[in-house]
Design a protein around this ligand. Sequence first.
Ligand code: HAM
Length: 424
Amino acid sequence: MPTFQPVRGMRDLLPDDAEMLTYVMSKARETAELYGYREVVTPVIEPYELLSAKSGEEIRQRMFTFKDMGDRTVALRPEFTSSIARLATTAFKNEPKPLRTLSIGSVYRYDEPQRGRYREFYQSDFEIIGTSNPEADSEIVLLTDRFMKSVGLSNYAFKLGHVGVIRGILNQANVDEKTQNAILQHMDKKEFNEAFELISSEECLTTLKGSLELKTEDVFKTAERIESHVEGYCKAAESAKELSDILKLVTEGGCPVKSVEPAFARGLEYYTGMIFEVYVPELDIALGGGGRYDKLIELFGGEPTPATGVAHGLDRIVLAMQTQKAVPAKNRRKRVAVVPVNETVKAEALRISEMLREAGIVVELEVMGRKIAKSLEDADKRKVDYAVIVGERELKQSSAMLKDLAKREQSIVAISELAKKIAG
Ligand code: HAM
């Protein structure tokens, strides 16, 4: 048989990488707790129709789609938002609003593998359902800010926009929804010429092209300029005002907004309002992104229910931590190797190991039957703090030999005193 490798785009996370990922996950859970978001666990496989309904052409084409043995067309989830919207129309239908949920886990997209872009990756997803107020949008941005800070990132910035501005302009020129979606997909990829080719109204084209010129270094000024640029477009003007309101709220909350983008669009099709992404200067890929989606729950057969949310790319956050040398704060427990000198004291060594674990000490018991010297050499390599050598002579006095591997000191210690001595 050949040796097997993971499928292209899939990765094994070995202990160091897995530890970083679970650390970031624990910080996402801490953030959720601070803001009152409760975790839900949804299936990795969902109906294709649910996942594809409003995900947009880009993600639709990249889904892992297949027929199950019951001939159902299903797919691996490319994100969490549609699963949460499904819950909002079923199990959470009668829950008091606002509803705040957290989801953490793997998601799947057939993206071209490269640094920070994988086919299986991990997200923490926060959704707040049941309000259209800008406070909810600003909460989503602010919790993302707190999450970034909590993992030790020091230099990151937010980009804000509002899809209602562009859609408002297009609506007024009677551009149908399908064409609007195609235009926004092009704008997401900065393919502005391709986007403009789909617009026939001269006035609309002039307004849209003009909006590309509105960006300045000063985010408040940009927001103001957007407001006056779309004055004649009722819905776009409302959206521009909402963007200004959210910008004020998040900056009041201390969030570093680096840019407000008039022509900002995101790949997903369900957005109806404020959208945002967070970046670090060292990587040119977003660490997280989200926005408002007020029509999705209704589309899935629920009551009209406004909602907003964000998903964080946990693998990319780990990459950003590594580039910014953000070291996880570790609550390091003492580590001990317990080594029985021979067969006859094995059971006693096991009992001592359990006693130490009971006291919160990490114990690696010698299970390879090695001689003491070999076992200690191995413990040294593994950077264990202490070795407890269990021998017959010491056992007779209810004691064991304790070796401090860093200081290279050893002493005979009563078994009942071991945990206290190790913990220091
Ligand atoms: P998204 O922008 O498609 O939004 O994904 C969120 C984050 O997932 C991205 O910012 C990025 O960090 C990470 N990500 C995306 N693709 C990859 C990949 N191939 N490899 C590694 N990381 C990746 C959503 O998923 C929406 N559901 C967010 C949302 C929630 N909107 C409202 N509620």
